[in-house]
Design a protein around this ligand. Sequence first.
Ligand code: G
Ligand code: MN
Length: 294
Amino acid sequence: MEAEESDELLRCADLALYRAKQTTGPSFVLFRGDEGSEAGQALGREQELRRAIREDEFELRWQPIVRLGDGTIEAVEPLARWQHPERGLLSPGAFIPLAEETGLIHELGELLFRRICREAAGWPERRGRPVRVAPNLSGRQFDTDGLASSLLVVTEACDLDPNRFWLEITETAIARTGETVLDLQELGFGVLVDDFGSGYSSFHYLRDHRFDGLKIDMSFVQELGRGSRSEALVTTMITMGRALDMTVVAEGIETEPQRDTLVELGCDLGQGFLLARPMTSGAVQDLIGRDTNG
Ligand code: G
Ligand code: MN
């Protein structure tokens, strides 16, 4: 250890701690003096994310999930954006992995869920029925106990029925969720398998949990009509979803032929740029209003 000043010493300790946190299980990390650039940058990004959570630099965009038959809105998926002071509007891919690595996902997840509920609580009903809300949960949020009850506290504070939710969880995350899926469902939350087909696609978890639905990963949807094997797989996913009494949503629909094929295959719900882009909460309200009156 070469640090002479106490500031420098603290910085080195921080860097070592950062590296230790990146490995799983108990670990001891000695500061060797070569972490400066890479780990230093990573630490800088972590501190930036901490500040962003403290100052609440996040916004939501909402992307509708619609009935493919008539285009009416069934649910809306909130997507997080970080309004970064220098780098502009960032998508989840640019900061969720960092939040997961640093453990900040717990605070961030809660912050976002509170905002999601606050915004959705102000929406009108669509033909006497509230539009569903489909938030994404990170697998890491299941690492601590009490996720289900902490979500319930927030929905109750906003006077939202848990039945209105379709919580989206990826296959990779489900592998670590254990009993929590059941806890969530017992409180009334709906649970969807997100990006279905892109993770482990193990039949075990479909046997062990009664999921409310699955979202067919966009990579399959986007290959439809290209003479690939995707059509057979999508057909199978829809059939399986129905047989297990699950709602099936096709993600990432970008073209009319993709939509038409999905309708032919009997897929009820869809999401994608062809149908609607992510929009503000205000725009969602307008859409619900038009759906109701039109
Ligand atoms: O993994 P998840 O399904 O939550 O990912 C949703 C992401 O996919 C969002 O970032 C959203 O903006 C993006 N997305 C939504 N619809 C489309 C689409 O039609 N095409 C593409 N390429 N991306 C989409
Ligand atoms: Mn999703």
